[in-house]
Design a protein around this ligand. Structure first.
Ligand SMILES: NC(=O)c1ccc[n+]([C@@H]2O[C@H](COP(=O)([O-])OP(=O)(O)OC[C@H]3O[C@@H](n4cnc5c(N)ncnc54)[C@H](OP(=O)(O)O)[C@@H]3O)[C@@H](O)[C@H]2O)c1
Length: 308
């Protein structure tokens, strides 16, 4: 990328961010009012149980969703592969919010995971599903460096399981004429991110599935929303190589997403992320956008420069 294009890009992000911040402040006031859920309207539309996947890590987005839903009196089914941490999160939520929580330790990459999950939710009404879990190798191999078995495992976890959960719990929602489906994609599902190419492709799958589903269900009473967060401080030192001003906590992402559930198909939480995605997906030509993302990821992941 040339120096002037780089300057234009950074200037655009900063200008967009400033505009986004002003807009965001007004939205925050409205969200605060909605978060209290007067008259339990939110709970009646999307409750009484919510199923949240990938909710075991205390700093993760899934646990943030769980906390905000428990705060609105939702009972929770929490699913994750990390059993001990999941049990700890469930105990914390039950003690603090006095709601029922079912922690279910499960590998969502298994082809038969429903055989274990369904019997444990057969006696309850799951009115909301938050598909939030994800897997991606920490060493971030390129598409061709990654072995095929890992590609297939990621497809099972990040794509197949999303379809399975949405289909399984979404059909009864349609029959009831109410419900909510939240799909946690990523900015990497809107723009293409080299060096996490498999993850990016998985996230694009989730986004396309969710946006199409939003359209197909718009008269059904079931609200569908795709969230495309930017960088969040949920991965510890894993994000040390990225510009730190781009990184947000998980909590505001959960709050903005829940507040947007009636206004699908897509929410891009946070002003920095909104500005960045506007430039990457609306302003730049496709080729330049992929190059910008490639260089950004190379720098962030310490991959060294690849030219361009
Ligand atoms: N963090 C970011 O910067 C960022 C940016 C954009 C979008 N997002 C999206 O936001 C969501 C939450 O991200 P996060 O950073 O909060 O993630 P996180 O805390 O790492 O949560 C993901 C959880 O899913 C679990 N998981 C992985 N494979 C599983 C499997 N086969 N079955 C069941 N559970 C499994 C993980 O366990 P292990 O840790 O043991 O694998 C982890 O506990 C993800 O969908 C992510 O793609 C994140």
């Amino acid at each position: 990328m040339s120096k002037s294009a780089k300057t234009l890009f950074i200037g655009g992000v900063l200008a967009g961010t400033a505009a986004g911040l002003l807009w965001q402040r007004a939205q925050d006031q409205r969200r605060l009012a909605e978060a209290s859920d007067p008259g339990n309207r939110f709970l009646r539309q999307y409750g009484p149980w919510a199923l949240v996947t990938g909710a075991a890590r205390a700093e993760g987005l899934g646990y943030s969703f769980a906390r905000h839903l428990a705060g609105r009196n939702f009972n929770l089914v929490l699913v994750d592969i990390r059993g001990d941490e999941l049990a700890a999160r469930a105990a914390e939520l039950e003690a603090k919010y006095l709601v029922k929580v079912r922690p279910i330790t499960l590998d969502l990459g298994r082809a038969d995971f429903l055989d274990e999950l369904l019997p444990q939710t057969a006696d309850i009404t799951v009115g909301m599903v938050v598909c939030n879990h994800m897997a991606t190798p920490k060493e971030t191999p390129t598409i061709m460096e990654m072995d095929l078995a890992t590609h297939h495992a990621l497809l099972n976890i990040n794509a197949r399981a999303y379809t399975t959960l949405i289909h399984t719990y979404g059909r009864p929602m349609i029959a009831r004429g109410r419900g909510g489906i939240v799909i946690i994609s990523s900015g990497a599902g809107l723009q293409t991110t080299p060096y996490t190419g498999a993850y990016s492709a998985n996230k694009a799958y989730q986004r396309a599935l969710g946006e199409a589903l939003w359209y197909e269900l718009r008269e059904s009473g079931v609200d569908v929303l795709v969230a495309a967060p930017g960088l969040m401080d949920t991965q510890g030192a894993g994000l040390a190589g990225y510009p730190q001003w781009m990184i947000t906590p998980a909590d505001p992402v959960a709050v903005e997403t829940l507040a947007a559930l009636r206004r699908g198909p897509l929410v891009i939480p946070g002003p920095v992320n909104k500005a960045l995605m506007f430039i990457q997906t609306r302003l730049l030509p496709r080729r330049l956008a992929v190059e910008v993302a490639g260089q950004f990821m190379a720098a962030g992941l310490g991959k060294g420069q690849t030219g361009g």
